[in-house]
Write a protein that binds this ligand. Structure first.
Ligand code: ME8
Length: 521
């Protein structure tokens, strides 16, 4: 049976414009999804937009339009961005989809029926003008006056629906003990463990001060808190609470293998979300992976500093360096670990030149040029396929590249593929086929060397195709290789000896050398 793999991005807020952060998370998920499809897995890659809540309602009001119109317009922008950056998601969920809304109500009803949600009373210091509650300490600090209007804060009570998060303390701690890989990376897991020790409180999950949201079933004055609404997207997209026949049965994709999120929303995903699933008796995702943030030119991104990497600047990089160059930079230099990553123009240029021009590009053009020069562009036969241990060495790297990707170590996976290419470079420098070729008697040796080089490059290109799909397809086309990732045969494709002698290879320039840090504006 084919193994399933499912991966999700956060669903993005429609009240902001897409930027590098959104493109980044979507790109890393895309690389995983593409690789897994090439491995023959049954993949489901989900993304979408988070469209309810007070912020959307307020910005729509400010623009004099209905919230729905704002949501439609901005959700479409996010969807276009996916196309622009060749993101291969299998579905795009919107929290305003009727299919989602109905299921959220059904889940919330189940939680009420199971007494995991109750109607409770909240009392606090209320700022009427700001429609905001303050804690006792904060109110005291403010001398019981609104910091905005200066009016007295009033003692007010409000009814809210609460989720009994506090009753899941032991089970969540147990989860962290039993599944050390549930939250990654390790540093983030430790942060969550630290917060867990402070003790869990019940959380309000409804609001009454605005209407743009999903009504609580049976009490329409309350709308479901946007975070609860949003978290459910991961299961409503699969129809887990749907009573309608919607065509394809997607239940096999739950639990998700990876929820990929930014570090700022990890608490919701690694504590509140598993507690909700526990309350519903649903299986838990295998891993919540929280990456860190992109900063820009050494500083936190901000519009006023002029270092904000928005869509236009990303498109600038794509048109100067090519889309795959941007993907490569995001994936290999991005903040998948526990520290933030700095996006800098110079660093981008240097990585492009070192990895793509000097390594992948140079090596493929060197090998194709020699095959062109000495063998009329036809891949020579290898007189001794086991020579120099190539088959074994490459198969070890292939295995570890695959294992790294399965473990969501994208950088590790790319590094193994790059190690194959560096080995080819080293081999050429060591064996000097261009010198051997001066002696006609050495031509079988030259043929053997070039076969091994081309074969190793072909295999590396298969491993790199998820990260830089467009350029690897260009290589396959120039080398007349019949490789199609959608066939799901990566393991067969990456086996040594797949390159047929006699294959016609054209010279190919995959990554043009560019002037120093060319302007991308
Ligand atoms: O939080 N670097 O949506 P959002 C890297 N709707 N990634 C970044 C980033 C940066 N500087 N800035 C943002 C929401 N991101 C909720 C999620 S999920 C049930 C609901 C990425 O539009 C990162 O993935 O604010 C982060 O978690 C996400 O964008 C936040 O997107």
């Amino acid at each position: 049976m084919t193994k399933t793999r499912s991966i999700t991005t956060p669903i993005y807020y429609v009240n902001a414009h897409p930027h590098i952060g959104h493109v980044y998370t979507s790109t890393v998920c895309d690389v995983y999804a593409r690789f897994e499809r090439f491995l023959g897995r049954d993949v489901f890659f989900l993304t979408g937009t988070d469209e309810h809540g007070q912020k959307v309602e307020t910005s729509a009001l400010e623009q004099g339009i209905e919230p729905r119109e704002l949501a439609d317009r901005n959700s479409a922008v996010f969807r276009e961005v996916l196309d622009l950056f060749s993101i291969s998601n299998d579905d795009f969920i919107r929290t305003t989809d009727a299919h989602h809304e109905e299921q959220v109500q059904s889940f919330v009803q189940q939680l009420i029926d199971r007494d995991a949600i109750y109607l409770g009373e909240f009392e606090g210091w209320y700022d009427k003008g700001q429609e905001e509650y303050y804690t006792e300490t904060k109110a005291r600090e403010l001398e019981f006056k609104s910091p905005i209007s200066g009016q007295d804060l009033i003692r007010a009570t409000e009814q809210n629906y609460y989720f009994r998060l506090s009753s899941f303390q032991d089970r969540i701690e147990q989860l962290y003990r039993d599944e050390p890989g549930f939250v990654r990376p390790e540093a983030r897991r430790n942060e969550m463990l630290g917060r867990l020790k402070e003790g869990l409180n019940d959380v309000p999950i409804s609001r009454t001060n605005f209407t743009w949201g999903i009504p609580v079933p049976g009490n329409e004055e309350h709308v479901i808190y946007v975070w609860i609404d949003a978290l459910f997207n991961y299961v409503t997209a699969l129809g887990l609470a749907s009573d309608k026949e919607t065509g394809e049965d997607r239940s096999r994709f739950w639990p998700a293998d990876y929820h990929i999120v930014g570090k700022e929303i990890l608490w919701f995903h690694s504590v509140i979300w598993p507690a909700i699933l526990m309350a519903l008796d649903l299986p838990l995702p295998r891993c919540v992976y929280a990456h860190s943030f992109w900063i820009s030119e050494g500083q936190k991104m901000s519009k006023s500093l002029g270092n904000f990497i928005d869509l236009e600047s990303l498109q600038g990089y794509c048109s100067t360096y090519g889309q795959d160059a941007l993907r490569w930079y995001l994936v290999t230099q991005g903040p998948l670990g526990s520290t933030d990553a700095d996006f800098s123009r110079q660093h981008f240029h240097d990585v492009y030149t070192t990895d793509l021009v000097n390594t992948i590009g140079n090596c493929t053009s060197r090998v194709s040029a020699m095959i062109g020069k000495y063998f009329e562009g036809l891949v020579p036969a290898d007189p001794d396929p086991s020579f120099d241990g190539w088959a074994d060495a490459v198969s070890v790297l292939v295995e570890s590249s695959i294992a790294s990707m399965e473990d969501f170590d994208l950088v590790g996976s790319c590094n193994q593929a790059m190690a194959i290419i560096r080995r080819v470079d080293g081999y050429i420098n060591e064996t000097e086929p261009f010198k051997l070729a001066k002696d006609p008697e050495s031509m079988p040796d030259v043929g053997g060397i070039l076969y091994r080089c081309a074969e190793a490059l072909r295999i590396a290109s298969c491993l790199l195709a998820a990260a830089i799909p467009e350029r690897m397809e260009a290589l396959w086309s120039a080398w007349n290789l019949d490789i199609e990732p959608q066939r799901g045969d990566l393991v067969t494709r990456a086996a040594w000896g797949g390159l047929a002698a006699g294959t016609k290879v054209e010279k190919v320039a995959l990554f043009p050398r560019l002037e120093q840090a060319a302007s991308t504006d």
